[in-house]
Design a protein around this ligand. Structure first.
Ligand SMILES: Nc1ncnc2c1ncn2[C@@H]1O[C@H](COP(=O)(O)OP(=O)(O)OP(=O)(O)O)[C@@H](O)[C@H]1O
Ligand SMILES: [Mg+2]
Length: 265
């Protein structure tokens, strides 16, 4: 049998800081089969980015095991592509050259030149073909984020690690990018982990939504989303979708430490 795409087993992460130890994650286990899309949702500071960074090889777990396609993660895995809340494009490079950057860094300028057609195909797919020659400051935030999607996809990663990629965008732009992401992931059968604060975004895109508790982050519940694919925005209006989002919300509320600020209904 093939190894799972991602296997996280009993991961705990404690940061040692001057003001004391901070346990960000406690005993997290999750397995993804290839092609599966999951979301992580939970209160701010519950360790979502930390978990994504551990899977992406950017930081290590204090204890527990992380395997990507069967291999222990000790550095960023070849098959992983990451995307963050900010697009982090290089201001002095055109959009096309930003998209080509990972290839240039890994394999040099000649190889990067061979990827121009692919970069243009990706930019076309997200509606940015006419902006290939522009510089990042000439694009809106949503357009820059779309360029960042293309930069992530240029090296054809099998595993997408997405840390609130659309968090800073307005609701409608976000919905459009969610649709595009759904089509991209569906078409090429990629595995994806999305960190989000949006219940509807997580539900819309995922096969499973994992809800985490306040720090130290633990998985306190999983909501399976059996909606057919490709997903359509109309689905968000259905009773089934509302029911799923209500279940995520209820779990989220049960694991949220509202402290003094909780307003009773
Ligand atoms: N490098 C670090 N050193 C010390 N503590 C850290 C470090 N990185 C994260 N933490 C702490 O670990 C906890 C989890 O942080 P993390 O960034 O993973 O949360 P998050 O769930 O992504 O939050 P948000 O939703 O606000 O992005 C926080 O309490 C944070 O202060
Ligand atoms: Mg975070």
């Amino acid at each position: 049998m093939d190894s799972p795409a991602v296997n996280v087993e009993g991961v705990t992460k404690t940061f040692i800081t001057k003001s004391g130890d901070v346990t960000a994650l406690q005993d997290i286990s999750v397995t993804l089969v290839a092609g599966e899309f999951i979301s992580l949702i939970g209160p701010s500071g519950c360790g979502k980015s930390t978990l994504l960074n551990i899977i992406g090889g950017l930081t290590s777990a204090t204890s527990g095991k992380v395997l990507v396609h069967g291999a222990p993660v000790t550095a960023p895995p070849e098959e992983a592509g990451m995307m963050f809340q900010k697009p982090v494009l290089l201001e002095w490079r055109t959009i096309l050259n930003n998209v080509l950057l990972p290839i240039e860094l890994k394999s040099g300028k000649r190889e990067s030149a061979r990827h121009v057609n692919k970069a243009m195909e990706l930019l076309t797919a997200v509606g940015l073909a006419d902006f290939a020659g522009k510089y990042p400051h000439e694009l809106s935030g949503g357009m820059q984020q779309r360029a960042a999607i293309c930069r992530m996809l240029i090296s054809d990663p099998q595993l997408l690690l997405l840390d609130e990629p659309f968090g800073a965008l307005d609701e409608l732009t976000r919905e459009q990018l969610n649709l595009q992401l759904d089509r991209i992931v569906e078409g090429v059968h990629k595995t994806a982990i999305l960190v989000t604060h949006s219940i509807s975004e997580g539900t819309f895109l995922s096969d499973r939504v994992l809800v985490m508790s306040a720090r130290p982050g633990r998985v306190i519940g999983v909501v399976n989303v059996d909606l057919p694919r490709p997903r359509t925005l109309d689905m968000m209006q259905t009773g089934e979708f509302l029911d799923l989002t209500n279940r995520v919300r209820a779990l989220l509320e049960s694991g949220h430490d509202f402290g003094e600020e909780r307003i009773s209904a």
